[in-house]
Design a protein around this ligand. Structure first.
Ligand SMILES: Nc1ncnc2c1ncn2[C@@H]1O[C@H](COP(=O)(O)OP(=O)(O)OP(=O)(O)O)[C@@H](O)[C@H]1O
Ligand SMILES: [Mg+2]
Length: 258
């Protein structure tokens, strides 16, 4: 519990997986023992970490289905990145799990399956799907910190309220340890009056302490790293700007949730 962070937003394509993988890359480079939990049936994090979701792995859906304390222990696999980076793959029927309507009996399934498991890691990063459904609630119920990824656009900001409401809801009903760790801004243009205005608005919404710096710019190397299923930190000077950013964000994250 103590070191677990849910990376979330209801809105798709904002960079949840990119931020999860960027932080995982920073943790990889720092030699931290890290577990990525893939809660998204799209399995993008699983794939980018070099684990082929088409193979017959057990994973997050199975762990939740078993509803047994510590069931994830036998399902985590070492990632293709090596070092001490592990993944609970997006396997098992996550779509079916998300549709489970028995919320009161289902929201603690992920935290139950990680009982005695997450303590083995310095950091656990949960990559949520673009939804505020039951699987994301499970991610939040298992986490100490909620990390929102937001783009500084009109539509990007419109989605923030419902996400904050869900964090509040899970805090009040299922997980008193949960806190908003912060909001990470992704794809921030270098010069844009509109983006600047949106960031001012976001600061008013969540408080300036919760809006993390540095922000993340749009950089092609992000796609290169995903495509090569490799950590950003493996690209040397080509990715230095971003690795410096993710190193700082990881330090901030660890200070916030410790
Ligand atoms: N800072 C960035 N610079 C360049 N490309 C980026 C950046 N952030 C995200 N992308 C690209 O945008 C696309 C969507 O990003 P990503 O998959 O991380 O979003 P997501 O929120 O996890 O999406 P989903 O909601 O589908 O899970 C990907 O192709 C990714 O490589
Ligand atoms: Mg994703």
């Amino acid at each position: 519990m103590t070191s677990t962070v849910a990376v979330l937003n209801q809105k798709g394509g904002v960079g949840k997986t990119t931020v999860t993988l960027g932080l995982a890359s920073a943790a990889w480079a720092a030699g931290l023992k890290t577990l990525v939990v893939d809660l998204d049936a799209q399995a993008n994090a699983t794939w980018a970490l070099g684990v082929d979701p088409s193979l017959d792995y057990f994973g997050t859906g199975d762990a939740m289905k078993s509803n047994r304390a510590g069931s994830a222990a036998d399902m985590v696999v070492k990632t293709g990145w090596g070092q001490d980076l592990w993944i609970l793959p997006a396997a098992g029927d996550l779509t079916e799990r998300d549709a489970d309507t028995r919320r009161e009996t289902s929201v603690k399934r992920l935290s139950r399956s990680l009982e005695g498991v997450s303590e083995d890691y310095d950091l656990v990063l949960v990559d949520c799907a673009p939804s505020l459904g039951l699987n994301t609630s499970n991610g939040l119920a298992a986490a100490k910190g909620a990390l929102l990824v937001v783009e500084p656009t009109v539509f990007g900001l419109r989605g923030v309220g419902p996400v904050l409401d869900l964090v509040e809801d899970v805090w009040s009903t299922d997980n008193r340890d949960l806190e908003l760790a912060g909001v990470v801004l992704n794809r921030v243009p270098a010069v844009s009056a509109d983006a600047r205005d949106r960031i001012v608005e976001l600061n008013k919404m969540v408080g300036s302490r919760s809006v993390w710096k540095p922000t993340i710019p749009h950089r092609v190397i992000v796609n290169t790293a995903h495509n090569e299923r490799a950590p950003l930190h493996a690209f040397g000077s080509q990715s230095r700007e971003l690795t410096d950013i993710f190193d700082t964000l990881l330090r901030k994250l660890r200070r916030t949730i410790d």
